[in-house]
Design a protein around this ligand. Structure first.
Ligand SMILES: Nc1ncnc2c1ncn2[C@@H]1O[C@H](COP(=O)(O)OP(=O)(O)O)[C@@H](O)[C@H]1O
Ligand SMILES: [Mg+2]
Length: 257
């Protein structure tokens, strides 16, 4: 087993709130690791720490053995560690294909391509991106929607597009924050299938946060549970589901809410 992404003793607070405290997690290469926990457990904050959107106050993040704790998100992305982002409003006015073709530079935060100095290189690069986009449309089963405006997609189709955009970059590990949120049951299966296929056929490793326990049960091994900013336990879905401390953490948060 190779640990691909590792967080060690990460802590991050906001004012007096310890959103993440002394949290450690390993993501094994080739796994679909699930991250669950009650509302406010610190899952999104941990995600932001792993993708580099925010910095920890203490602790360390390593990726493929390299310390990336202080690396900007686009530099992590260049190393193959990326996260999905919700499509923003302006992306809605572009088609599915256009969204894909825009992704590589956008997501890596690169400077404008040197349009004036190297037109030939631009054309070549455009063609490569177009060919890659065609492939990604195929993989994500979004081909029939290639000319649809992103704004007109259903919630589930948008999730597929978000995931598809990550594939425009040569990535190895994909962080997914609630891929199943707002997805209807029919598309949930498409989404689940796509994640599984990307894992088994394309070798992608995943860390995903999700509330939908069916999705977790179907895809994730191991499942890591967070509560109050810290690691509570990890194991298979069945182990986690049967664990008394996990049940109490969820019940406790329901009473608080
Ligand atoms: N930017 C922020 N400013 C202040 N408090 C925050 C911020 N982000 C998260 N928190 C707090 O940190 C805790 C963990 O939040 P979060 O990571 O969003 O949990 P989860 O995703 O598990 O629901 C919550 O109490 C939340 O209110
Ligand atoms: Mg969250």
């Amino acid at each position: 087993m190779t640990v691909m992404l590792q967080a060690k003793n990460l802590s991050r607070s906001f004012g007096g709130i310890h959103a993440v405290r002394d949290m450690s997690i390993d993501v094994e290469q080739g796994s679909i690791t699930g991250l669950i926990g009650p509302n406010g457990a610190g899952k999104s904050t941990l995600f932001n720490l792993l993708s580099g959107v925010i910095r920890p106050h203490s602790g360390q993040v390593t990726y493929n053995g390299n310390d990336i704790t202080k690396l900007a998100p686009y530099l992590r992305a260049r190393q193959g560690l990326i996260r999905t982002f919700q499509l923003s409003r302006e992306f809605g006015r572009m088609t599915v294909l256009e969204n894909l073709m825009l992704s590589p530079q956008q997501q890596l935060g690169e400077k404008l391509w040197p349009v004036f100095s190297r037109p030939q290189a631009v054309r070549e690069r455009d063609r490569e991106i177009y060919e890659r986009a065609e492939e990604v449309l195929e993989i994500s089963r979004l081909e029939p929607l290639r000319d649809a405006y992103a704004a007109d997609l259903s919630g589930g189709q948008k999730k597929l597009l978000e995931l598809a955009r990550t594939l425009m970059i040569d990535c190895d590990l994909i962080l997914l924050d609630e891929p199943g949120a707002g997805v209807n049951p029919a598309l949930m299966k498409t989404l689940t299938d796509m994640i599984r296929r990307l894992n088994t056929e394309h070798g992608k490793t995943f860390l995903l946060v999700e509330h939908d326990m069916d999705l977790i049960a179907q895809l994730c091994d191991p499942v890591v549970v967070m509560a109050q900013g810290a690691h509570l336990m990890s194991g298979t879905f069945d182990e986690v589901r049967a664990d008394q401390t996990v049940i109490e953490a969820y019940l406790g948060s329901a009473v608080d809410a």
